[in-house]
Design a protein around this ligand. Structure first.
Ligand SMILES: Nc1ncnc2c1ncn2[C@@H]1O[C@H](COP(=O)(O)OP(=O)(O)OP(=O)(O)O)[C@@H](O)[C@H]1O
Length: 266
């Protein structure tokens, strides 16, 4: 049987006019899962339930087969780390100091000094995120792409084997988007870290994931391999667009076939 790092079993949540409705989803261990879907469909909400930032009303979340509800916050933070969508923190810290915050779940009461494990985890995270050379730079002096790498170093320093990322490529140009996605792919391949990421770019989601989950209006509308999932019927059902899909060098291209108002063209 295939091992699942995370299993979401029949969870529901009701909040001020929005619901997650009977969500069932599997997140395979050591693989990359992309969560896609229109704005407001519940992707971030689902991620937040998995780190217990939001409480579910019913159902169960299993982490490596064990109920998430049975974990203390500290135990949970040692299993799952999350890169939130927010871009609004601009700490007056170096990249290394920022990454060291990822060690909080391992700190004992009144402990000031870093342990050897903390030091090693932070250095590993800085290298894995490609921030070794920029480790002593102040966070706010970094470019947008470098800042995103620094945030990822913080989540990696947490030393978890499950990493959730909410729109890790937003606000980045295409070169930096690919840079982040290639880095995540390397982290997954080299260290077997299970990655769950919310992405809006369906082409990138399909090219960089092993498994895809599509949400619409608070439910899972489809799930499967990128090859099986990404079809014209899927685009019509989930996004209500007419498009054809062609694959070039293993990379899917979505070409809208209706409703486009060209302003020129190439
Ligand atoms: N704290 C909150 N209080 C009330 N409603 C909320 C709260 N957080 C999210 N929502 C609502 O829940 C719905 C789902 O939001 P969520 O952020 O999960 O969607 P999403 O699929 O991640 O969207 P996007 O792609 O735009 O980031 C939205 O309608 C949103 O307005």
């Amino acid at each position: 049987m295939k091992e699942e790092a995370l299993v979401v079993q029949n969870i529901s949540l009701h909040r001020q006019g929005f619901q997650l409705k009977r969500i069932n989803a599997d997140f395979p261990s050591g693989r990359i899962t992309a969560i896609v879907g229109p704005n407001g469909s519940g992707k971030s909400t689902l991620l937040k339930t998995m780190t217990r930032l939001l409480d579910i009303d019913s159902g169960e979340i299993l982490i490596h087969g064990k109920s998430a509800a049975s974990f203390s916050p500290r135990q949970l933070a040692q299993c799952i780390s999350m890169l939130p969508q927010t871009k609004d923190f601009m700490p007056d810290l170096t990249v290394r100091e920022l990454a060291a915050y990822g060690r909080a779940p391992y700190k004992k009461l009144f402990q000031q000094r870093q342990t050897k494990e903390d030091y090693q985890a932070v250095e590993f995270a800085l290298e894995a995120a490609g921030m070794g050379k920029l480790a002593d730079r102040l966070f706010y002096t970094l470019s947008g792409g470098e800042q995103q790498r620094a945030r990822i170093a913080l989540t990696l320093a947490q030393g978890t084997d499950i990493l959730l990322l909410d729109e890790p490529t937003t606000y980045l140009d295409i070169a930096h988007q690919l840079d982040i996605l290639n880095m995540l792919k390397r982290i997954n391949e080299q260290w077997g870290i299970t990655i769950v990421m919310v992405l809006h770019d369906l082409q990138q989601a399909a090219a960089y994931s092993h498994h895809m989950i599509a949400m619409k209006r608070g439910v899972i509308a489809a799930a499967g391999s990128p090859r099986d999932l990404l079809t014209p019927a899927f685009l019509k059902e989930i996004y209500e667009i007419d498009a054809k899909i062609t694959v070039i060098d293993g990379y899917p291209l979505i070409i809208p076939t209706a409703g486009i108002h060209h302003s020129g063209g190439i």
